[in-house]
Design a protein around this ligand. Sequence first.
Ligand code: BGC
Length: 640
Amino acid sequence: MAKFLSVVLATTSLLFRLHVLEVALSQNAVETSALTHTSIVLPSSSAVVSAVLSATSTNTPLTSIEPSSTLSLTSTITAAPPLTTTTSFNPSSGPFPPVGSFPRDYSPAGLAKLWDVVGPVEVPPITTTVIPQTPIVLPSPPPALYPSFFAVAPEDILPDLKFPEGFFFGVASAAYQVEGAVKDEGKGPSLWDWANRQPGVVVDNTTADVVDLHYYLYKEDVARIAALGVNSHSFSISWGRILPFGAADSPVNQEGIDHYADVIATHLQFNVTPVVTLFHWDPPLALSAYYGGFASPNIVDDYIHYAKTVFTAYNGSVHTWYTFNEPQVFCSELAGFPFNLTLPNGVNSSTAQFQCSYYLLKAHAGAVKAFREMRITGEIAFKSADYVGMPWRANNTEDALAVERHAAFGLGIFADPVYTTGDWPQILKDTLPPDYLPRFTEEESKEILGTADFFAIDAYRTYWNAAPPEGIDACVKDFSNPAWPACNLEVMFDLNGWASGPASDPLSPWLQATPQFLRTSFKEYHRRWPTSKIIFSEFGFTQPFEGTRTPAELFQITEDTERTNYYMTYLGELLLSIHEDGIPVEGAFAWAIMDNAEWNSGLSARFGIQYVNYSSPTLERTYKRSAFALSEFFRQHLQN
Ligand code: BGC
C-alpha cells in the first residue's frame, strides 16, 4: 500500500516479484496477453511521482466558461493561487535523537524541545474555531451519470432491500490526516509530524501541518455531512493533544480535552453519532524518544493510561469505540524508514513488526479491560484491515496455502488472539522464532481473548494469493527471501491477465475496485472470526489522477465517476451480503469525509467524497458526485 514508504517499497518489490512469478508461470500455460496486461497495470512509482509533482505545480487560471453546476457547488470561486501548503513552506527536520537519551522534561520548555526534533511547522491561516454563519444547504445534485439502460441511479439499486434498523451510514477520518493546527493549543508532536519531513517519505513533500484544518473547521464539517444525511462519523483522537508527552505520569492538556468534548457535542447536536478511535497511527513522538514507542514494553501502561483518560472524559457521549486502527499496517510501518530510526536497542527492522504486535495487543487488551472495569457505556473493538484472498490457481494446493498465509499474517495476527484463540495463528508460530514473535503466556492469552464486542473491518479490496515461485516451503526456510515471512504473493489479475477490477490512482497501486468479491470476503470474515455484529469500518477509492488537477478543474474533480461506481457497487453487494448471506453488518463508513493527508502520498492521492481547495486560505470544501450518490443510496436504503 502507498500508506507508508516501507509499504510502497514492499509493494514495488512485490510487483517485481509478480513479474518473476508470471514469467515462471508463463511456461506453464499463461498466455502472453497476461504479460502485456501486467506491464500496463504496474507503472514505476518514480515516474508516477514526477508526473504528479509537475502537474501539481502548474497554476492554471480558471477559464471564464464554467458549467453552472460548478458554480452552485462551491461558495467562492477565484482564480487558483498556488498551493499554500507547498510553496511558502519548506518542511525539514533533523535526525531522531538516540532512543532513550531524551530527558523527560514535562515543562513548556520540554515541550518546545520535542518540537525542535520536528523542526519549524507551518502556521495555519485560521487559528480559532469557525462557527458557520449560515446553515449548510445541499447544492443541486449532479445529473444522471449514465443513461438508465446502462446504469441505474443510486436510489434504484436493489431498492427493496433495506439496511437493518439503526444502521450507521458513516464517513471516516483520522486526526493526523485532517486536523492540521499541528502545534496549536498545547499539542505534542506525533511521530508522523517528524516522519513526514524526512527525505523521500512523502511523495509531494507536503506535511499535515495545515491540511484540512478540521481542528478549527469541524463545526462546518459536521454540518456538511449532516446535510448529506450521514448519521455517523468515525474519527480519531490525537493522543498528543490529550497528553502532549504521551506518558502516564505526564500532564493532561485541558485544551485538548475541551476540544474533543466540543467536537463530540457538535456531532450530537447534528444527530451525527460520533464513533471514536483512540489511535490512528499517530503515537506521541516523546514516547519514541524516551523508549522506542510501540517497539518497547513501556508503551502498554502509557497507552492504557491514555485510554482511561479519554474514556473518563467522554463516557456517556460516545457509544462505539475503537482502540486501534489497522494495527498490522501500523506495526509493519515500524520496520521501514524513517520509523526504523526510532527503534530501541535490541529491536531491528526484522523484529520490530512483531514486537510491536505483541505490545500493541497487550495495550489493546489492557484498555478494553479498563473500559469494562470502569463500566464505560458502549461497545469497543479494534479496526481490522486486509482481506481473505482466493487461490490464484484454482485447485492448486500451494496457492490455497498462500491464501492461509495471507490471512494469518494480514488479519489473523490480531483477529485470532482477540476473537478466536487467544493466541497467534499457528502459521506465524511455525514461521517466526520467539525472538521475533514473543509467545503469550497462558495468563496473557486469557487477558487478550474476547477483548472485542464486535468485528470491524476496513475492507477496501480482495485479491488472489499465490505461492512464491520457489514454493512456500523453500521461502519459509529462507530468512533472506524477500517474501519471508508471509511467503505469499498478492495477485491483482486473473490467470488470463485481466485485472480483478478497475484501477485507482497510480499512487494507490494496492487498490482496485473488487465489489464482486465483497460477499465472499464478508462470509470469510464471519466464518473465521464470528461475532454477532460487523461494522464495515472503512472503504473508499482514489479517483485516478484527481490529485493532479488544479482548482480550475473543479468541475472535473467533482465528477468522480470511478469512486462513485466503487461505492455504489460495494453497497449493493453489501445489501446482498446482509439479506442473502445473513451477515450481520450494522454500519458502513466511507473513507473519507474529505480529501486529506494520505500518509506517504501526501495531498496527491485523494480519497475524499468532498474536495478541499488547498490553494485557498479558507480551504473550502466541495461535494463530489460520490457524496451525492452515497446520500441518495442511503436515503433509499435506510429504515427510519
Ligand atoms: C487507513 C487510512 C488511509 C486509507 C487509505 C485506511 O486503511 O485507515 O488512514 O488513509 O486506508 O489508504
